[in-house]
Design a binder for this molecule. Sequence first.
Ligand code: ADP
Ligand code: MG
Length: 256
Amino acid sequence: MTAIEVRGLTKSYGGREVLSGVDLDVDTGDVAIILGPSGSGKSTLLRCINHLEQPDAGYVRVNGDLIGYRESGRRGGDTLLRELHPRDVARQRRNIGMVFQQFNLFPHFTVLGNLTEGPLATGVPRDAAVVRARELLARVGLSGREDSYPSQLSGGQQQRVAIARTLAMSPEVVLFDEPTSALDPELVGEVLAVIRDLAESGLTLVVVTHEIGFARDIADVVFFIDGGHVLESGRPEQIFADARHNRTREFLAAVR
Ligand code: ADP
Ligand code: MG
């Protein structure tokens, strides 16, 4: 089954196109790795998949739900955006978790508060939210840190809390945008280990990363994005050993 289907995704900022007709498919339970140079449109792509941006053209489906799209209208031949009801947007966004480079934890909430805030807001009873939060903290190796504040944790710990917080919403798909890029090198491994565990658990993941060894280990499919296009995609053993495009090979040689 296809978890994520992106077709013809196009997005401009101030007249400059940063995504130009991106097509991408991720099967349910697969791990997709997105590689590409800075400024190539990777974050914008994830933001379109997660409803944080509206595409100018094309569409995104996540588990069949239309996330953002334009369809041809009649007004002078213009393209009209079909707006989704905010309630539908909120429902869909709950199925899509996102983990950011900068963790984005709520600084004035404890770890437990960070994990329970979302579920409580969607009507989960407090007892159940707390039980689930404790399970997730154990899963990311942070049992006992319930009452800490984010500022009392290392970057690696904060990112593991951020991952647990995302999982607390029981998403069907989790998007990671350079989850280890803000971390000191010695803290990268603990975060990658958690992502690896999620990959093995069968969640559908899309991971933007420059950690090539990690990418090679966990990817089911790799997309190389350059200048707003998917320049090539394929199985990791093919892309890493025998990329078709020079541009991909140069990039891989530079980040290795
Ligand atoms: P990547 O994640 O691959 O580094 P981004 O998707 O963040 O690339 O950005 C692609 C291009 O779009 C960059 O040139 C960036 O400056 C530009 N961009 C991204 N977001 C915005 C925005 N909100 N407004 C204007 N330009 C943006
Ligand atoms: Mg980015």
